[in-house]
Design a protein around this ligand. Structure first.
Ligand code: HAM
Length: 419
């Protein structure tokens, strides 16, 4: 029986678009003075239980758990996201210089129901500013993302949704207000899932997909209308600064995001071209997370993560217009007989040593089939080595685009090809 991929995972056989994105994103982050870090793929389960919240979808049903150690007592998991690990690294490595502006990228794991744009192993490009309370930081951060998509990747088909969740005190007050609404006759017809969420993780009711519930929530009280005076002025400041930086956004009062650590600013970038899973980047402020994870002091922070697969689905549509680096020209060496193979090997070795991309056909077949193979491989030049060439110390170089053929002395071939 042949093996197949684990459900919800993918093989990537052409990484040109992925590499293009990673290079552009890294360059962009350096422009904003971020540095790259890497953290392990495995982390203690409790790190995420504490940060994302027991009631979040990730903790309640999507964790990839690994029981390890001799007594299977070590509770390890595959990381479902990159923020808690970055904060753990900040605390554990005793970083003193704040704000700590870092990014990391790589695979994340969530046991979700797979569909287009939603996988069990997927890639995130995750960016964090740890240790900065200034709301202007949020405006700059959102502008940085907008510029990455808009100017650096030339992608315009997206919207930015924004909401403000206030501070902890605001949410304590607001939860009561929302609870009253959800238990009033106005909300009598909400679905069973929303009734459970009302009791356990009340703000998540807004994520419900049911049109009946969504109609009811149009009349719900929203948190941005129940902010303390400090938060209200920060919310206003954020909107003013985004205007100042010419960032277009929509206020989406029902945007709450699924993870417990958020406070104040939350946002999502989404595109109608993606279908049901339309958010390709999401983030927000997490002012209380560091202390929750053991830091001595609060470290107000903001961050976001790009879902790389979803972004690639979008870039794929416009791939032909992107300045993706061309593969360098392939020089294919074709020994026409068994006797020329050794000479072919030496020639390939010399070309590669001189920095020219070279390959050699070693499975000797007819000239015709080898030329067909060369075409399939996309060779720019074929270097033919037959008995005559061997005797005369030459190579027949065939330009595969023009079809022109030239005899070149073996000792001159590198300089000929470099020209
Ligand atoms: P998140 O919204 O859970 O946030 O994920 C960020 C992005 O990752 C989503 O917008 C989506 O594009 C992508 N994504 C999430 N789950 C999947 C999946 N199963 N398959 C494919 N793509 C997926 C976070 O993870 C936060 N850590 C972001 C953050 C950083 N907040 C502050 N700092």
């Amino acid at each position: 029986m042949a093996f197949t991929r684990i459900k919800g995972t993918q093989d990537f056989l052409d990484l040109s678009l992925y590499n293009f994105f990673i290079k552009k994103a890294k360059d962009h982050m350096r422009l904003y003075h971020f540095s790259e870090i890497a953290t392990p793929l495995i982390e203690p389960v409790e790190l995420f239980q504490r940060s994302l919240g027991e009631q979040s979808d990730i903790i309640s049903k999507e964790m990839f758990l690994i029981a390890s150690g001799e007594n299977k007592e070590e509770h390890i998991c595959l990381r479902p996201e990159g923020t808690a690990p970055a904060v753990r690294a900040f605390i554990e490595n005793n970083i003193q210089q704040t704000p700590w502006k870092v990014f990391l990228y790589g695979p994340m794991f969530r046991y979700e129901r797979p569909q287009k744009g939603r996988y069990r192993q997927f890639q995130q490009f995750s960016m964090e500013v740890i240790g900065s309370a200034a709301i202007a930081q949020d405006a700059q951060f959102i502008k940085m993302l907008e510029r990455l998509f808009h100017e650096t990747l030339h992608f315009n088909n997206f919207t930015i949704d924004l909401n403000f969740l206030g501070c902890l005190d605001d949410r304590i007050v607001y939860r009561d207000v929302l609870y009253q609404f959800l238990t009033s006759p106005k909300a009598a017809d909400i679905c069973e899932t929303c009734k459970v969420r009302r009791e356990k993780n009340i703000m998540r009711v807004f994520d419900c997909k049911s049109p009946v519930c969504q109609e009811i929530y149009k009349n719900a009280p929203y948190i941005a209308d129940h902010l303390c005076s400090d938060c209200a002025s920060e919310w206003q400041e954020l909107q003013d600064e985004l205007d100042l930086l010419s960032v277009s956004f929509s206020y989406r009062p029902s945007l709450v995001r699924g993870l417990d650590y958020y406070s104040k600013t939350v946002f999502e970038f989404s595109s109608g071209l993606l279908g049901a899973q339309n958010a390709f980047c999401g983030g927000g402020r997490y002012d209380m997370l560091a202390k929750e994870l053991g830091a001595k002091e609060d470290q107000p922070s903001i961050g976001a993560a790009i879902g790389i697969e979803r972004l690639l689905l979008l870039l794929e549509i416009m791939k032909d217009h992107l300045p993706i680096e061309q593969e360098p020209a392939l020089h294919l060496i074709i020994p026409l007989g068994a006797e020329q193979k050794k000479l072919g090997l030496l020639l390939a070795d010399e070309l590669q040593a001189q920095g020219l991309v070279a390959d050699i056909l070693l499975e000797g077949a007819s000239v015709k089939s080898m030329m067909r193979e060369a075409n399939k491989m996309g060779a720019a030049y074929c270097l033919l080595l037959g008995e005559d060439e061997q005797k005369t110390g030459t190579i027949t170089v065939k330009n595969m685009v023009t079809g022109a053929q030239e005899s070149v002395a073996q000792i001159d071939v590198v300089s000929y090809l470099k020209k």
